[in-house]
Unconditional design. Sequence first.
Length: 106
Amino acid sequence: MKKALIICAGGMSSSLMAKKTMEYLNSKGNEIKVGAVSANEGNKMIEKSDFDLFLVSPQTKMYFQKLKEAGDRVGKPVVNIPPQAYIPIPVGVEKLANLILQELSE
């Protein structure tokens, strides 16, 4: 099973997005686990390398470069989530799910 992790400022909004996105992906037949952590835990989680993809929320984009460098060191992709894909309504959840599918297929 593939795993993606959202890195967010406090982990609150990302937990909701992770839950809704994982439910959406699973309902479409995609066995992908989506988790969430705060930016403080982001580097540690990337270094552990337990996930296949790391997603940086719009409100933590200032940490993107450091997180991307950590991902490069362990050979894991780190990508920014566009703001329009970070809204806990169906269209936002679908955009985030499509981003995950696209990145995991590369």
